[in-house]
Design a protein around this ligand. Sequence first.
Ligand SMILES: O=C(O)CCC(=O)C(=O)O
Ligand SMILES: [Fe+2]
Length: 266
Amino acid sequence: MKYTINKTDINLDINQETIGDDTVDYCHRDLVQASQSWYSKGYCVLKVPKDFIPSIRKNTLKYLNGVNKNLSLPKLPKIERYHQYIRSNEHHLEYIRKVGKHINPHELGLDQTVLAKIVKKACGIEESRGLNCKDLCDIRLFRPFLTSKMDNNPLHRDTWLPVLNNCVNIYIPVAGSNINSSLALIPGSHLWKRNKVSRTKDNAKIKGVQYGLPSVAEIKTEYEVIRPQMADDEILIFSSNIIHGGSVNLNKDITRCSIEIRFWED
Ligand SMILES: O=C(O)CCC(=O)C(=O)O
Ligand SMILES: [Fe+2]
C-alpha cells in the first residue's frame, strides 16, 4: 500500500491475503446525521472549553509517569519527550500494552459529560438522548517515524471491527500534535461505495509488527490523505467509517500523544 502524506511517500509492504471490502458483511452506521454540514466530509473540528485539553494533558502526564514508575523508567518531564525516555522498542510495546487500552476517561481528567454535550450538538442528536463512551478511552503515543517503527495502525476503517460500528470517534490532541504528526484521514471516504477499497483479510502485519485492525490494501479511486489541524482548544470528530490512520509522525524529535474516545447512543 502506497500513500503520500505531507508530500512524503509511505510505502507499506503489505504481503498478505487481501479481500474486496464489498465482501465484508457489515452494515455501516455512524452517529452523524445526513443533515449536518460536515456529513459529506465525514469529520469536523470542534471547540472545547479553554481548560479542557490542558487539564487532560496534566493528568495524562501524571498517568504516564505512574506507568514509568512501574517499569522503573525515569520520570517524564513532558509528554512530547516520551521517545527520549522510553528508548527501546520492548519498553514501548510494554508501555503501549498498559496505556493503549481501556482507561476510564475520568482518570485522565476528561469530563465525558461536557464532551458528550458537544458531540451531540455536532451530530444533530437531541440533548435529551443518551450518549455514552462506555467509560473507555485510549492513549496513543506515536514516536518519530524516522527513528522508530510505525507506531500507528495503517490506513483503515474503524467499522472493520464490528464493535466500533455505530459510533463516532473523537481525537483529542494532547501533546505534539501538529501538521507533521496529527491524525490523517481521507475526506469523504466514509461514503464511498465499498468496492472502491480492498483490505487485508486479517489484521495487518507489516515488517513483523502486528496491528489491531486490517489495513487498506488498495484504493481504486482518486483520494487525498490530509491532516486536519486543531487549535489548542479544539478537537476532531470523525465518522467511524472514514478511512484514517497511517498517521506517521514526521517530526524529528517530538512524540505525538492523543486520546481516542468514542461515543455510542444508549
Ligand atoms: O491517532 C491516529 O492517528 C489513529 C487512531 C485511530 O485509528 C483510532 O483511534 O481509531
Ligand atoms: Fe481507527
